[in-house]
Structures are given as structure tokens and as C-alpha cells.
Design a protein around this ligand. Structure first.
Ligand SMILES: CSCCC(=O)C(=O)COP(=O)(O)O
Ligand SMILES: [Mg+2]
Length: 230
């Protein structure tokens, strides 16, 4: 019986285009100024040092670090220091009202309903925990953060690695078959099911791929499929 729902963000609760056409360009536009202005802030410095270590770049060469980070944004690299810096940059955009977090109506409705039914809800995204709290806290459907019991990002591991899902299970202290993982990426479902979790593939747009996974078009269909899982 499912007691915990672990959800992906991009392509699952939220549209891919919001992340790629609004969030990523905003971070790209503001990255250089942010790094220049905030490089001495210990939280920012920690991430810049991590970028420098990972790439062999001089940690004091801010322009070179920005070039690396812009390249990572362009290739959608799920690198923890980039994700941390993006979260810090997006905070201003949300607070200034430049954009609201995109969450599908069906997702917002079911998150509330599942929470009220006593299910425990968690997020697992490549976006940093700060970015996760922002997209749900400043969502177009209102503040959804009260529905979540916790958040996981790439600091627990990469989303296509089984070890990350095992680490999440250890952290939650629950049996794998009581956890339902929702994602639009089959490689992530492969890793989660290898760890013993139940899974549903979200296909928000277009044709469903040939797959053995349960497929849902939205969270109303997820809710229906959940009843078929023992
Ligand atoms: C937290 S919103 C930004 C999401 C993000 O940065 C990203 O790379 C998408 O990752 P996901 O694991 O949600 O597909
Ligand atoms: Mg996704």
C-alpha cells in the first residue's frame, strides 16, 4: 500500500517549458552580475569553489567561472553547484514577481488531496532544495509547500542512479514498496524501481512511449492508477 509519494518536478508537476523557457534563461541572464556581486558571500563562494575544483578553473577568475556556468546551463548539466546558484538567482525573480512557479492545476489539486488523506509527500528534483521550495512556494496555484514533508536534490545522488533512491529510502525509514515515485523520465523510473519503489510515468504531452511502466497523463490518472497498486 502506498503511503509516500515522491515526485519529480519538471515534466511531472510542472511544465518543461516553464523550466527551459523562463527559469533557465533568467538564470543565464543574471548569472554574471550575480557572481560578480556575491562572490564573497560564503554560500556563493562555496559553490564557485566547487565549480573551480570540478573544472580545474582558477577559483579567483570570476569571468572564467561564469563561462563554465553558462555552458552548463546551455547543456542542461545537472551539476550540484550550478543548481545551487540557479536557486539563489531565481529567488529574486520570484520575490520581485517576475514569474510564478508553474504547477499544473491537476497536480496542485491532488497534492492537496493526498496530503489531506494522510499520504506523505516528498520532492526529488535536480533543482536545488531552495529552488524546489521556491517553485512550490511562489506557484501560480498558491503556496503548496505546506503539503510537502521534505525535499531531496542532487546532494543525495543523481536521479538516474539507484543508490540515490536507496539513500532516500534510508532517510525516510520506510519500506520501498510503500513509496510511489512519479517522473516523466524512464531512466529515473528504472533507478527507482531497481531500489524497489513503485513508479508511474507521466506523459504530459504527445504520444506515450512503448513502455512497461504504468502511464498517466495527469495527476487525476495517477490517483486512479494508485488504487491498482497493492
Ligand atoms: C526546481 S525547478 C528547476 C528544476 C531544474 O533546475 C531542473 O534541472 C529540472 O530537474 P527535474 O529533476 O525536476 O527534472
Ligand atoms: Mg522530470
Amino acid at each position: 500500500m502506498i503511503r509516500v509519494i515522491l515526485t519529480d518536478i519538471e515534466g511531472t508537476t510542472s511544465s518543461i517549458s516553464f523550466v527551459h523557457d523562463v527559469l533557465f534563461p533568467y538564470a543565464a541572464e543574471h548569472m554574471a552580475a550575480f557572481v560578480r556581486e556575491r562572490a564573497d558571500d560564503p554560500a556563493v563562494r562555496e559553490q564557485l569553489d566547487a565549480v573551480a575544483r570540478e573544472t580545474g578553473t582558477d577559483a579567483r577568475d570570476l569571468e572564467a567561472l561564469v563561462t563554465v556556468l553558462q555552458g552548463w546551463i546551455d547543456e542542461d548539466r545537472k551539476a550540484t553547484p550550478l543548481k545551487a546558484l540557479q536557486g539563489m538567482i531565481w529567488e529574486k525573480g520570484y520575490r520581485d514577481g517576475d514569474f510564478q512557479g508553474h504547477v499544473y492545476d491537476d497536480a496542485a489539486g491532488k497534492l492537496r488531496e493526498w496530503h489531506d488523506r494522510g499520504l506523505r509527500l516528498y520532492v526529488y528534483s535536480s533543482g536545488s532544495v531552495q529552488a524546489q521550495k521556491l517553485i512550490y512556494g511562489f506557484s501560480r496555484c498558491g503556496d503548496l509547500t505546506p503539503f510537502f514533508s521534505g525535499y531531496f536534490d542532487t546532494r543525495i545522488g543523481a536521479k538516474r542512479e539507484t543508490a540515490a533512491y536507496q539513500a532516500i529510502l534510508d532517510d525516510l525509514g520506510v519500506e520501498p514498496e510503500t513509496v510511489l515515485f512519479l517522473s516523466d523520465v524512464t531512466a529515473e523510473l528504472d533507478a527507482a524501481s531497481e531500489a524497489g519503489m513503485e513508479t508511474i510515468l507521466l506523459v504530459r504531452d504527445g504520444d506515450a512511449p512503448q513502455t512497461d511502466y504504468r502511464v498517466a497523463r495527469d495527476f487525476d490518472e495517477v490517483d486512479g492508477l494508485m488504487n491498482t497498486i497493492d
